[in-house]
Write a protein that binds this ligand. Sequence first.
Ligand SMILES: [Zn+2]
Ligand SMILES: [Zn+2]
Length: 188
Amino acid sequence: MRSITTFNLQYAHRFYGFKGEAQYLHGHTGTLTIEVEDTINEGVNMVFPCNEIKKIAWDILRNFDHALILREDDPLLPAILDVYDKQGIKNGHPQNCMKGEAFHTKLATAYPDCRVVVTKESMTVEGMIKIVYDLLKDKMNISKLTFTSGDNAASERYWVCKNMDRCPLCGVALDEKGVCHKCGYKKE
Ligand SMILES: [Zn+2]
Ligand SMILES: [Zn+2]
């Protein structure tokens, strides 16, 4: 069975070199749906608590919220960083506090201090699904991702072959020692 969670990301981007309106800088509210598949954890009668899926994902993905997402070769990138630098907000600001942990993968790099994500490929809905799967695949058993943004939508399914050890009291994943970080339960 699957546990499903959905949340929104507000971001600006453009498709550099694309022959159409999307080559101009514009913004979206994107909606990401994460489906986690496993057996039902009989202790709590759920696959995985949805609020925990959201928390784990949001810790990383809030890098995309109120962020500017540009491809690595886009000339807007140095131009914008130059403006942020002159304005004194490139390396952070006291009011920029809703930051995620910086990350670097082969598909994307997050710079939370200036709320910029630099991508290898254009950040289409398909591109976003590739980036998100890469960031979250080792943290949860993702069986499907869906991302919608404006009139665009894409989804991808994944094979889930592993069972995750979960706490029978609160449902979250146990660490490698069989301990629940949330309630302290220990697997015998
Ligand atoms: Zn767009
Ligand atoms: Zn627990």
